[in-house]
Design a protein around this ligand. Sequence first.
Ligand SMILES: O=C(O)CCC(=O)C(=O)O
Ligand SMILES: [Fe+2]
Length: 350
Amino acid sequence: MGEIDPAFIQATDQRPKLKPTNPVADEIPIIDLSVLSSPDETRKVVSEIGHACKNWGFFQVINHGVPLELARKIEEVAKTFFELPAEEKKKVKRDMVNALGYHDGENTKNVRDWKEVFDFMVEDETLVPASPEPDDKELRKLTNQWPQYPPEFREVCQEYARAVEKLAYKLLGLIALSLDQPENRFNDYFKDQQTSMIRFNHYPPCPFPHLALGVGRHKDAGALTVLAQDDVGGLEVKSKSDGEWIPVTPTPNAYIINVGDIVQVWSNDKYESVEHRVVVNSEKERFSVPFFFFPAHHVMVKPLEELLSDVNPAKYREYNWGKFYATRNRSDFKKQEVENIQIHHFRLPE
Ligand SMILES: O=C(O)CCC(=O)C(=O)O
Ligand SMILES: [Fe+2]
């Protein structure tokens, strides 16, 4: 079996219980989107989504409109890419200048994740701040790096991105409605210059599943995440009711949706961005494909004025999305001595 590289070892209190002792009583909700054409049914779905966002921060959707064939194709190209020899994958390796492409050394909270990833932006050229420094106004263009193999890689990725983007807008609209806002309340923040990203995650079998994690506990920074996972399982969500780690059982052809930090701030904590992590296993590899729905770099994130009142004052001061993201990216790449940037750093005193 050999020795584990200490960089992968989680602190004792973060290590997974591999066999959950309690059966999973409360599964995260599964919401059927096929009924959205009737106003009554839409109201019901909006209310289900509101409850799920409030109680779990997570839900699954079925009949979501993303063609199954496309979902199958994206899994296929991701697998083919990760099977390539290391030197071929390294041709599109992420570095300090271009954060997109292949990467096999990511840290979450300063512990290395047991995974390899490939990242691409939904817009082929995306404007982002050149540095995390608050006073540096310079922007730079992020450009995707596309591998040569498999040859259909780029086309499938772009087609998939458009289909999932459509679902992400639909969900964003339903979340807006659930906060008693117009359906298009958030759309302008994403139009034209969204910084959304798609990631392929590959978690190889791990001989030390009791010590390492595929992804350490974290919250997603964006507005929402639309995640496809295969049938292996491993994603765990921190329950809001008792703090236990709840496994998300794979549901065929479903997407897992979670609200990110931005929705937490917009909703002034009505909805919470919930911690999650990925447990690995010693026998099976696992694939997942999150779509991170991120606004344009210039968006200032703050609680929606429409929700605020004397009894519900703003809980956060505003922050710039582009700078937040640039700061976060820097620390995912290299071990840092200080805590990663988090939305609680923008929390106002009560
Ligand atoms: O692989 C998964 O199921 C989740 C991955 C994840 O949470 C992430 O990439 O942010
Ligand atoms: Fe995540």
